[in-house]
Design a protein around this ligand. Sequence first.
Ligand SMILES: *Cc1c(COP(=O)(O)O)cnc(C)c1O
Length: 388
Amino acid sequence: MQTTQSMLSVDNQHKKVFGPTKVPDRLLLGPGPSNSDPQVLNAISLNPVGHLDPFYIALMGEVQELLRYAWQTNNRLTLPMSGTGSAAMEATMANIIEPGDTVLVGIKGYFGNRLADMADRYRANVQTVEKEWGEAFTLEEIENALIKYRPSLFAIVHAETSTGVCQPMDGIGDLCRKYNCLLLLDTVTSLGGVPLFLDSWKVDLAYSCSQKGLSCPPGLGPFTMNERAEAKLAERKGKVPNWYLDVSLLNKYWGSDRVYHHTAPVNMNFGIREALRLLAEEGLQNSWDRHKNNAQELWSGLENLGLKMHVPIELRLPTLTTVSIPPDVDGKAFTLHLLNNFGVEIGGGLGSLAGKVWRIGLMGYNSRTENVEKVLSLFKSELPKFRN
Ligand SMILES: *Cc1c(COP(=O)(O)O)cnc(C)c1O
């Protein structure tokens, strides 16, 4: 017997009667997401408008301008990708790499490996230069690798969230120009919290996310490229092999043509506009200073408790601190205890640092004295219970 549509009835096996969505109070002091600024959450909760509404189009321009400020760049092609930081990361690769291009990746942590994986998927000839997790590259090491591999793109992470290292940038851009290669910088854990001067540093492509230093929920991935990178894109023989992330299509929407590409997540853009507006209101230098001061309070407080930081002070990131887990402590049990009993999230180690470090984030809205005091008092009162 054939079933006709009129004979079908609803199968209720997956119908569950849940209460309205509620979320426990959490203080997010891990590697991200960080807590959102309440003003950003207010902006996100507004009613959506059409993605071609003149009001929204004006708002898009404001987001682009504020991103240029946050990154210290004049790049025309600056926009938030609809997706998290990894989508913007992938956008840099998808647009710039042509099959067979030599891409050099500086790997000193987990996210360097992700860059290499992505470049490989876009069929680059991927070469790597590596450092221990907790160290940064010297200019000499980078220059030697540029001479050896002659890449058309050098990709490196500024703020390595897996290790807590901030890569010093002086001179890297000049080296890339000297050896005629583009410089791609991951600024996911630095934007808003750590000094960034994209144009002065001669960075050709960069990306970030909304949920770390910008105090906005996850969902957008700021992206920027300069004229050198645009020229490489314009010379492509084939299409960008990723329709969603194709910057030339996206720029027909974000640029003056306003051609529909995909329905923009308008509420997320309300949120990032508010987040960037608050950053500009505070001022970049003030925000960088605040992150630095709070991180220094955290470091000295933890050291006073007898703990050791994984990274030497001159390379330490203000937004993300890696703390060595004492050998007699079960690090994971301690972080679970903080989450379950105090609603405080701190992170564990990734990759080769798994089980060896805790990762404490003080990013954006969360970089404040009371949070430093809270985490220090918890380490003081609770950690002794976990020592064997
Ligand atoms: C978080 C992070 C990413 C990935 O961003 P998502 O928003 O998680 O996709 C990339 N690079 C670094 C350095 C990060 O910390």
